[in-house]
Design a protein. Structure first.
Ligand SMILES: CC(C)(COP(=O)(O)OP(=O)(O)OC[C@H]1O[C@@H](n2cnc3c(N)ncnc32)[C@H](O)[C@@H]1OP(=O)(O)O)[C@@H](O)C(=O)NCCC(=O)NCCS
Length: 191
């Protein structure tokens, strides 16, 4: 996974990435280390964006990451998608169903490496997760986003989500609030 780049390194990375395509794929059972690295990078980079924290997850044992990669690699209850540029994992998104709500998929854990932002990687991740939701029979996709996270709110709006008048405390920092956004899955992909 990418480390926080110096300005020079960031330029070199941008040059390198501008020649490569971003690919988004579902996590595989053997991706435990990759999943751990990208998720911890996300928690370290953007602590106020997530319900969990770096301190909570850095102590998860290897077996827990292996179990997560395995569980999210198949089936319709829980999925993680990774964005990759060449050999580097540069982003992720999670999508899951709560028991008893098969028609609704929730998105979580959305993150793109800072040096790759504003290049459509986030949009690609959301598209992939929404397509998965539709293909597996969902008619709505929901998420919670921290109030004031303008980049994320703009990105979700750009992908068709609308803000709902619902909010709750952010579990990792109850001084902050998160707001709900919803997308109706187009019938053609839900069909
Ligand atoms: C939110 C985040 C995932 C966006 O990823 P990204 O790859 O930069 O997003 P994209 O390049 O796909 O942007 C798609 C659209 O979203 C909007 N957008 C994205 N970032 C924006 C910003 N900083 N300011 C305004 N609009 C923004 C734009 O409309 C953009 O389209 P455009 O570039 O054609 O104008 C990224 O900023 C991130 O990882 N933030 C930290 C973690 C986080 O906040 N996660 C969300 C948890 S709910």
């Amino acid at each position: 996974m990418l480390k926080q780049p110096s300005r020079l390194r960031a330029h070199a990375l941008l040059r390198k990435y501008s020649e490569m395509e971003t690919a988004v794929r579902r996590v595989r059972p053997g991706d435990a280390d990759r999943l751990r690295e990208v998720r911890l990078s996300a928690l370290r980079d953007a602590p106020s964006a997530f319900a969990s924290s770096f301190e909570t997850e850095v102590v998860h044992p290897a077996a827990a990451w292996a179990e997560a990669a395995e569980a999210r690699s198949s089936g319709i209850d829980d999925a993680t998608f990774l964005a990759e540029v060449g050999p580097d994992c540069v982003g992720l998104i999670g999508a899951f169903r709560r028991p008893g709500r098969p028609g609704v998929v929730e998105l979580v854990s959305m993150w793109v490496a800072p040096e790759l932002r504003r290049r459509g990687v986030g949009r690609l991740l959301v598209e992939q997760a929404v397509a998965w939701a539709g293909d597996t029979g969902a008619d709505a996709v929901e998420l919670w986003v921290t109030r004031g996270n303008y980049a994320a709110i703009a990105m979700y709006r750009n992908s068709g989500f609308t803000l709902k008048n619902e909010h709750q405390p952010l579990p990792s920092d109850p001084c902050r609030d998160e707001v709900r956004m919803v997308l109706e899955v187009p019938r053609s992909s839900a069909g």
